[in-house]
Design a protein around this ligand. Structure first.
Ligand SMILES: CC(C)(COP(=O)(O)OP(=O)(O)OC[C@H]1O[C@@H](n2cnc3c(N)ncnc32)[C@H](O)[C@@H]1OP(=O)(O)O)[C@@H](O)C(=O)NCCC(=O)NCCS
Length: 185
């Protein structure tokens, strides 16, 4: 089990500037995400980091996509979304992803991104904020606790391998025939 490191906070030379993400920032943010959200580290059954996560967020709610910049260089990012639950008058702000470059973690960048996103959620009517992460991700859990999160609810994700299911095998056989040109689309 990975323990959170309790190193002393680092000090940065430049100012941390939080701004809305721009199209040109996507490649850098994607590669920071690839470095920190690896499947081995924090597998999450229903979400994996890929280009669509970033593109979808940017295309649908770009005003809730933020970057942290230090001396013109991207240091981290956060992606949020607003959620309206059925049969609930409340609006929720959901922090989908937050990531800071590993070499400058623990310098207050995550907090700045988080604070700005919180303001944006409130401006849009959120009354509650939601985050989630894998149970082993102690670093993120400590970070979220520091931001005032509590009421931790444990979910259990179960998985079933469908590769021997008749429907799966049928689909696979069709795809194989399509590939070989034995049947047409
Ligand atoms: C979680 C994350 C975004 C935090 O960003 P950060 O810039 O390092 O966080 P901050 O420097 O603002 O830390 C704020 C506080 O959080 C807590 N904290 C952050 N990292 C911690 C760690 N490794 N161990 C213990 N506490 C930690 C501390 O209380 C810290 O305050 P302090 O430094 O004054 O003690 C960053 O660690 C990260 O990118 N992790 C990998 C991606 C991830 O797991 N994202 C969350 C799920 S989407």
């Amino acid at each position: 089990m990975k323990k959170p490191d309790n190193k002393a906070p680092k000090h940065l030379n430049g100012e941390i500037d939080i701004r809305q993400m721009e199209l040109g920032d996507l490649p850098v943010c994607f590669s920071i995400g690839e470095e920190i959200f690896t499947a081995e580290k924090w597998p999450n059954l229903y979400r994996t980091w890929d280009e669509y996560e970033l593109l979808d967020s940017y295309a649908s709610e770009s005003e809730l996509c933020l970057v942290a910049e230090i001396d013109g260089k991207i240091a981290g990012f956060a992606l949020g979304t607003m959620i309206e639950k059925r049969r609930s008058a409340w609006m929720y702000g959901y922090l989908k992803w937050i990531g800071v470059r590993p070499d400058i973690k623990r310098s207050g960048i995550g907090t700045k991104l988080f604070d700005r996103l919180t303001e944006l959620f409130i401006e849009r009517g959120a009354r509650m904020m939601l985050v989630d992460t894998e149970a082993e991700n102690h670093e993120a859990i400590q970070f979220f606790r520091k931001q005032g999160f509590g009421q931790e609810i444990k979910h259990i994700y179960l998985s079933r391998n469908l590769s021997s299911h008749p429907g799966y095998l049928k689909r696979k056989a069709v795809l194989r025939k399509l590939k070989k040109g034995e049947i047409r689309n």
